[in-house]
Design a protein around this ligand. Structure first.
Ligand code: ATP
Ligand code: MG
Length: 440
């Protein structure tokens, strides 16, 4: 197991000062799974002020001193060092009213959420595992430490963390923990939007997302009630073999695990139930569902905490998820002009995943998308002209021809660009100046 020198050094410094210290929690879980941990937490018997004195020479950040946590930077690597503690009552369903420091490692491990997260690593002597986390890790089980009802009501974020770990690790949630999650889901109302967004995004990006969203649809619809009408809502369409909810989560699971793509997929058909009509032949239609989905997605995203840029991108993807792409240079240049290369490629990803979540007879579209993707890349690599700045002339050239500055120049540039994109004129200085003179 690879334990960075920085971590060993911090543990040794604490030990040399007479204190116990162990890597703990997520980093131990990840090491035992053979994955390199992305952050390191150390638990210690030293009190916060003792820890601060031991690391006086290092850069430190007082991350959560009232909870006993000090972040020490070793070679730029942040190590979160926390004093052994037990948590007091949780009056607000999320944060302990007060924490008490303790001398017992077992007590510190007992306050942690799941058995797989409640292990410490004694670098010389092996894993300290009073709650049998190794066994649960081996069997792929998420289980609360102690009584699930108590643990999940103390801090409701834990129930979403359980779903997240199940999705990311592909583990099943032990039945009593699962039942408690369902019983207490409404307590998620006590958790801040930031934390919900963070956990939901990780959950959506997990490999086991399809199962988790299926099994815990009630938790998802508590957070996003707009999804409820999709459950069991049949398409009545030969292209579809799943109801709208099942289609949605299969599409989520089929797309690359990039937050914006997964959120866009989750929301892409959210307006379908409200736009359903059936023609006389018994076929279902969802006219203008993309507009309705975009409107509903706007409300949903407003409740979660995303940056303005992320919201804008997710909504753009939802809005255009059905936009036709064809292997046609003129059409593709138009798409590039309006949306840019990155969004066009993301829309094709969405359309691939959307297609994988429909009837197998539609799979031929995946090959079509591949051809379109290649042509888009070619156009961009060969510096095709689809923005004003790609034109071989600029506003100054037009001003020199006597076109008045401001909107008239802008309009003329647009006209010239359109002509180039439609191949009515070559993108050379001479040809464009001639055309501009004629059109003036
Ligand atoms: P990640 O891979 O996301 O870092 P993690 O389990 O390490 O997962 P952290 O938020 O880094 O999550 O927390 C570190 C450890 O602190 C956890 O492994 C767990 O022991 C404990 N912990 C974190 N959040 C909670 C919580 N809400 N309730 C109880 N214990 C928690
Ligand atoms: Mg962690």
């Amino acid at each position: 197991m690879r334990i960075p020198d920085e971590v060993r050094q911090a543990v040794t410094q604490l030990n040399n000062a007479g204190f116990e210290a162990y890597p703990v929690g997520g980093c131990v879980r990840d090491l035992l799974r053979g994955k390199q941990p992305h952050d390191w937490d150390i638990t210690t018997s030293a009190l916060p002020e003792q820890t601060a004195a031991i690391f006086a020479e290092d850069r430190t950040i007082p991350t959560g001193l009232q909870h006993g946590t000090l972040t020490v930077l070793k070679n730029g690597m942040p190590l979160e060092i926390t004093t052994y503690r037990v948590d007091g009552d949780y009056a607000d369903g999320r944060h302990p009213d007060r924490v008490t420091f303790t001398r017992s490692l077992t007590e510190d491990l007992a306050r942690r959420d799941f058995t797989i997260n409640a292990m410490a690593l004694d670098i010389q002597n092996g894993v300290v595992d009073p709650f049998f986390g190794q066994e649960d890790l081996k069997n792929g089980v998420i289980r609360c430490v102690g009584d699930p009802d108590k643990r999940l009501t103390e801090d409701a974020l834990r129930l979403l963390r359980a779903l997240r770990f199940s999705s990311v690790l592909g583990f099943t949630i032990e039945p009593q923990t699962a039942a408690a999650i369902r019983r207490h889901k409404e307590r998620l109302a006590l958790v801040s939007a930031e934390r919900i967004t963070e956990e939901m995004t990780k959950l959506l990006c997990g490999g086991n997302v399809e199962n988790v969203l299926t099994e815990y649809a009630d938790v998802v619809t508590f957070l996003i009630p707009e999804i409820s009408p999709l459950i069991g809502f049949e398409h009545h369409h030969p292209y579809h073999i799943y109801d709208v909810f099942t289609h949605t989560i299969k599409a989520v699971s089929a797309i690359k695990p990039i937050p914006e793509l997964r959120w866009a997929m989750l929301l892409h058909d959210i307006g379908k139930a409200e736009t359903f009509t059936m023609s006389e032949d018994g076929i279902g239609h969802f006219y203008k569902h993309t507009a309705r989905s975009t409107a509903l997605a706007t409300d949903v995203l407003r409740r979660f905490r995303f940056s303005g840029k992320q919201v804008e991108r997710i909504l753009l993807l939802v809005k255009h998820h059905d936009l036709p792409f064809e292997d046609d240079e003129r059409l593709l240049l138009k798409r590039l002009r309006v949306l840019g290369e990155e969004v066009c490629l993301q829309l094709l990803e969405l359309q691939d995943a959307d297609c994988l979540a429909q009837a197998p007879s539609l799979r031929y579209r995946l090959d079509e998308h591949q051809v379109i993707r290649e042509r888009l890349r070619n156009l961009c690599e060969n510096e095709a002209c689809f923005t004003l700045k790609d034109l071989a002339i600029n506003g100054n050239d037009l001003a020199a021809l006597g076109i008045p500055p401001g909107p008239p120049i802008g309009r003329m540039l647009e006209k010239l660009l359109e002509a180039v994109m439609e191949k009515r004129v070559e993108n050379t200085r001479e040809a464009l100046i001639n055309l501009a003179k004629n059109e003036k």
